[in-house]
Design a protein around this ligand. Structure first.
Ligand code: T3D
Length: 262
C-alpha cells in the first residue's frame, strides 16, 4: 500500500516500517502524523513487548523531507525550532522512553534525523551496505533528534565532532567497530536476524528489561552513589515481578523459563 508507515502487532512485536521509498523514507507531515499515531498505539497496547523499526526500499530514512521546505529567495524562513518542538522531539522522547526494548534494523542509508532516530533505539542492527550520515552540517544545520546527545556518548567527543562537522558517510562495519551500533550483518540476513532478535526479546522478562533501560538512561545524570541507590530501588521492584520468580524457579528446576513480561 502507499501508506507512509506500515504498522502491525504480532506475537508481542510491534513492527513499524517507514514507507516512502522514493525519497528514501524521508519525513514529511504525513509520515510524522503516521509515526505519532503508531507510537501512541504502541505505547497503549499492553500486548507489545518489543518494537521493531525498519525501512522499505534501499534506504532506512533520509531525515526531513527537504522538498517540504520553502527556501526560495524572499520566502519567510521556516521555523525549524517549531518543527523540532512539535514533531521530532516528541517522537524521539516517546521512542526512547518506551518501557520495552526497541530494535532498529537499518536496511540502508540513515541520514540526518534518520540516523539519529535509529541511534535512539536500544539495539541497532545494520545491513553491511547501510551507512550513517550526520548530513545536517552540509545544509547549515545541527544534528537533531538527539544526535548531539547520543553521538558523544556512543562514540566519544572526537568522533562525534568529526561525524557531526564533516557529515561523512560512516559504513555499517565501521559503525559497529566504533560502537555506534550493536552489530552489522549481511544484507540478506538483516530482516531475519532482526526478527529473531525481536522474537527473543519478546520472550524475555519485559518488566526487567524496562528497569535495565531506566537504570542505564539515568546513569547519564547520576554519580556512582546515586546510581547504586537507583539500582537498589529498581532491583527491589524487579524482585517482585513474576518473571523473576519464574527465572529462578526455571534455573533451579533446570528447565527453560516461560516469561510473561510481568
Ligand atoms: O526541517 C526541519 O524540520 C528541521 C529538521 C531537520 C532534520 C533533518 O533530517 S535535516 C537533514 C535532511 N536530510 C539530508 O540532508 C539528507 C539528504 N539526502 C542525501 O544527502 C542523500 O539522498 C543520501 C546521502 C541520503 C542518499 O544519497 P543517494 O545518492 O543514495 O540517493 P539520492 O539520489 O540522493 O536520493 C534518492 C532520491 O531520494 C532522490 O530523489 P529523485 O532524484 O530520485 O527524485 C532524492 O532527492 C530523494 N531524497 C533523499 N533524501 C531526501 C530526498 N528527498 C527529500 N528530502 C530528503 N531528505
Amino acid at each position: 500500500t502507499d501508506q507512509p508507515l506500515h504498522y502491525c502487532v504480532e506475537a508481542g512485536i510491534a513492527r513499524l516500517t517507514l514507507n516512502r521509498p522514493d525519497s528514501l523514507n524521508s519525513f514529511n507531515g504525513e509520515m510524522h502524523a503516521a509515526m505519532r499515531a503508531a507510537l501512541k498505539a504502541v505505547r497503549q497496547d499492553k500486548s507489545v513487548r518489543v518494537l521493531l523499526l525498519t525501512g522499505n526500499g534501499r534506504g532506512f530514512c533520509a531525515g526531513q523531507d527537504l522538498s517540504d521546505r520553502n527556501v526560495a529567495p524572499g520566502a519567510e524562513a521556516p521555523d525549524l525550532g517549531e518543527s523540532l518542538e512539535k514533531r521530532y522531539n516528541p517522537m524521539l522522547r516517546t521512542l526512547r522512553d518506551l518501557p520495552f526494548p526497541t530494535v532498529c534494523a537499518v536496511n540502508g542509508v540513515a541520514a540526518g534525523a534518520g540516523a539519529n532516530i535509529a541511534l535512539a533505539c536500544d539495539i541497532v542492527l545494520a545491513a553491511r551496505s547501510a551507512s550513517f550520515i550526520q548530513a545536517f552540517c552540509k545544509i547549515g544545520l545541527i544534528p537533531d533528534s538527539g544526535g548531539t546527545w547520543s553521538l558523544p556518548r556512543l562514540v566519544g567527543m572526537a568522533r562525534a565532532k568529526g561525524l557531526a562537522m564533516l557529515g561523512d558517510k560512516l559504513g555499517a562495519e565501521q559503525a559497529e567497530q566504533w560502537g555506534l551500533i550493536w552489530r552489522c550483518v549481511d544484507d540478506e540476513a538483516l530482516a531475519d536476524e532482526a526478527l529473531s532478535l525481536a522474537r527473543h526479546l519478546a520472550s524475555q522478562p519485559t518488566q526487567g528489561l524496562a528497569y535495565i533501560k531506566r537504570a542505564l538512561h539515568a546513569s547519564d545524570d547520576n554519580g556512582f552513589d546515586e546510581q547504586l541507590d537507583l539500582e537498589r530501588d529498581l532491583q527491589r521492584l524487579a524482585g517482585r515481578t513474576s518473571d523473576y520468580r519464574e527465572g529462578v524457579s526455571a534455573f533451579m528446576e533446570k528447565r527453560k523459563p516461560e516469561f510473561k513480561g510481568e
